[in-house]
Design a protein around this ligand. Structure first.
Ligand SMILES: Cc1cc2nc3c(=O)[nH]c(=O)nc-3n(C[C@H](O)[C@H](O)[C@H](O)COP(=O)(O)OP(=O)(O)OC[C@H]3O[C@@H](n4cnc5c(N)ncnc54)[C@H](O)[C@@H]3O)c2cc1C
Length: 313
């Protein structure tokens, strides 16, 4: 049996959960069980059934920051005889994947970008060295935990009926509780965004980010930035992409006034299409970009915004 860990944000399943379901139902036609901690609603549950999930096990509310979380979740997973668990390589997935693999005595592969190759003894392709290379890893234990990179698996609908079961796995009292959480600003989470509009020191100052935000709003995109921009406090650190920031893999990455240093590229080079706008024709970004626009961002960006408005109205 295959399971997926269904992450919830504000009562809704993240897009990466649908990717995990699409991955799972391509591996197995016998059914997929989703495990979700926290509350959601019927519409959301039906959404999962569109992507081949035929059972959802809901587990009340446990503090994510507690050992009980892994204990209860692993008990629920064992009860359903899950042999392969798929989750997304998000912040939450990165935290829970290793803990679950210990609790389940499972092999773990993270940053996975392909379905397992059964002819090679359950081998998966992983992205390594910040997307610069690939590794093929064999998962040798009976139980396996696979963490897939967000945006690397196509969504595939496979409608089915879904049953709901509640798992009551009460264990000893939580030792730690989250008293409050502060979410990163921005409407679209950076790691899940299909389009990202990003800008660097070439924009001269925080007062010029209105253009970046306007373009992002028009395209339904998330905003990002280079490291110096967040270091100088022009933008929040949650937007910093690169080797020491977030790694993203959107369908379209638009880089404005960013030089394209190797440390920046480490976090964005797996994007499907990269557009770089830079006034320096020798900027390193042009070597990594699919489309390069040489020119002043302060002249080019307003033209792109005007064109987007024209086409979207
Ligand atoms: C250990 C380490 C880790 C690092 N990690 C990261 C990381 O995770 N992410 C990251 O981004 N950086 C990281 N860096 C920093 C990285 O090396 C670069 O210094 C940084 O990415 C440069 O940011 P930038 O391109 O915004 O600024 P700059 O290097 O100053 O480049 C600005 C660019 O804007 C262009 N420009 C200027 N004016 C205009 C205009 N009007 N119109 C169009 N273009 C214009 C310039 O031609 C230039 O190419 C790291 C560095 C180290 C040493």
């Amino acid at each position: 049996m295959i399971g997926i860990y269904a992450e919830i944000s504000d009562g809704k399943f993240k897009k990466s959960v649908l990717e995990a379901a699409s991955y799972a139902n391509q591996m197995n036609s016998n059914g997929v069980v989703a495990f979700c901690v926290g509350s959601t609603n019927d519409d959301e549950i039906q959404k999962l059934s569109k992507y081949g999930v035929n059972k959802i096990v809901t587990i009340g509310s446990i503090s994510f920051d507690s050992q009980n979380y892994t204990q209860i979740l692993s008990k629920a997973i064992q009860k359903e005889n899950i042999q392969t668990l798929i989750l997304a390589n998000t912040y939450e997935g990165k935290s829970i994947g290793p803990r679950l693999s210990i609790a389940l005595n499972a092999s773990l592969a993270t940053n996975v970008i392909s379905l397992p190759d059964m002819n090679q003894g359950f081998s998966v392709k992983r992205s390594v060295f910040s997307g610069k290379g690939f590794a093929y890893v064999k998962l040798i234990k009976d139980t396996k935990v696979i963490a897939i990179t967000p945006n690397s698996i196509d969504l595939i609908e496979r409608p089915t009926s879904i049953s709901i079961e509640n798992f009551d796995g009460a264990v000893s009292e939580n030792k730690t509780n989250i008293t409050s959480t502060h979410k990163a600003e921005g409407k679209i989470p950076l790691t899940e965004a299909e389009i990202v509009v990003s800008a660097g020191r070439g924009l001269k100052g925080p007062e010029n980010w209105g253009m970046v935000e306007e373009l992002a709003n028009l395209l339904g995109a998330a905003t990002a930035c280079s490291k110096p921009v967040s270091d100088m406090g022009w933008r929040p650190h949650s937007e910093h992409v690169g080797q020491t920031g977030i790694t993203i893999k959107p369908n379209l990455y638009i880089a404005i006034g960013i030089s394209g240093a190797i440390q920046h590229l480490a976090g964005v080079s797996s994007s499907k299409v990269i557009v770089a706008i830079n006034k320096d024709p020798e900027a390193p970004f042009f070597k990594a970009a699919d489309i390069g626009i040489v020119g002043d961002a302060f002249e080019i960006l307003p033209q792109i915004i005007a064109a987007a408005k024209l086409n979207l109205n």
